[in-house]
Design a protein around this ligand. Structure first.
Ligand code: GDP
Length: 295
């Protein structure tokens, strides 16, 4: 279960508050200290946790809450609203071009789930009536091209590949191919590396400049917590991203990346990956995620 640890700790804090009945300002402050600790243990970014608790406290210590008949319930509601706001409030959709094809550039470190999520996204939009084309721009590992072909076939989505050519040329040719064949959505599976390096960023920038994608989506692995958030900051600073796909949420027991990435980078989580199967992709809804965390 995602966020298990955080959910358990928050519910313990709220239970203690409910048992007190009436609350004093000091009770709220003590509860918020515990909330802050729970967030830090969930691997939430330090500044994000601090600001979050400050926001909740500011709203919770007024008479409206303290003098109410159900103060603990009101605090839970405030926490729920602030958690939702922290993750971006609304579901952020993909931008589609008014002049097809829409080009989505997928980037991320090796192992983050980029290839799998390229296919998941293709399947998701194919099921909504789009005609996607997957493009193998990860030319350095022959296995990566084969893997894209395998998942493309599973999703019954065509895969454009030119072996180990120049990724910029491949992207350009793929878009021309999409225009010829009526594919209205082009998903570029770009190269991943174990670490962010100048060469990788240079190549991604060249693809970006050449094909001007509508969406640059960064794929990050929820299970690596804060490191995933650092990766997102780096990619956003050097390349500029439009949103994040947060993968492996099914194995994330802590929740730090989900809760921090929006606040740290200003970029929304657009989709979440919740398993290895191609169907395991969900549009990311901050309010639903907040409710899940609060149990
Ligand atoms: P890439 O190197 O970034 O292209 O990563 P892959 O797409 O090859 O994924 C790496 C591994 O993570 C594979 O074994 C995938 O099956 C697995 N994986 C990808 N997404 C998810 C997910 O949402 N949940 C789980 N449990 N595993 C995933």
């Amino acid at each position: 279960m995602p966020f298990e640890g955080l959910s358990d700790k928050l519910s313990a804090v709220f239970k203690k508050m409910r048992n007190k009945g009436r609350l004093k300002e000091s009770d709220i402050k003590e509860a918020m200290r515990e909330v802050r600790l729970a967030l830090l243990e969930a691997d939430v970014n330090y500044k994000v946790a601090k600001e979050f608790v400050a926001n909740v406290t500011a709203k919770a210590v007024g008479d409206e809450v303290l003098e109410s008949l159900t103060p603990a319930q009101m605090v839970v509601k405030i926490v729920n609203d602030e958690l939702t706001a922290l993750m971006g409030a609304e579901n952020a959709r993909l931008n589609f071009s008014s002049k097809p094809p829409t080009v989505v550039m997928m980037c991320g470190l090796q192992g983050s789930g980029k290839t799998t999520h390229s296919a998941k996204l293709a399947l998701h939009f194919k099921n909504q009536g789009k005609r996607p084309l997957l493009v193998a721009c990860d030319v350095y590992r022959p296995a990566a091209i084969d893997q894209l072909k395998v998942v493309g076939e599973k999703a019954s989505v065509p895969v454009f590949e030119m072996g180990q050519g120049d990724p910029v040329e491949i992207a350009k040719k793929a878009i021309a191919h999409a225009k010829d064949y009526g594919n209205d959505l082009v998903i570029l599976d770009t190269a991943g590396r174990l670490h962010i390096d100048e060469e990788l960023m240079g190549e991604l920038s060249r693809i970006k400049e050449t094909v001007s994608p509508q969406e640059i989506l960064l794929v990050i692995d929820a299970m690596v917590g804060q490191d995933a958030v650092n990766v997102a900051s780096k990619f956003d600073e050097t390349l500029g991203i439009d949103g994040v796909i947060l993968t492996k949420l099914d194995g994330d027991t802590r929740g730090g990346a989900a809760l921090s990435v929006r606040a740290v980078t200003g970029k929304p989580i657009k989709f979440a990956g919740t398993g290895e199967k191609l169907e395991d992709l969900e549009p990311f809804y901050p309010d639903r995620m907040a409710s899940r965390i609060l149990g």
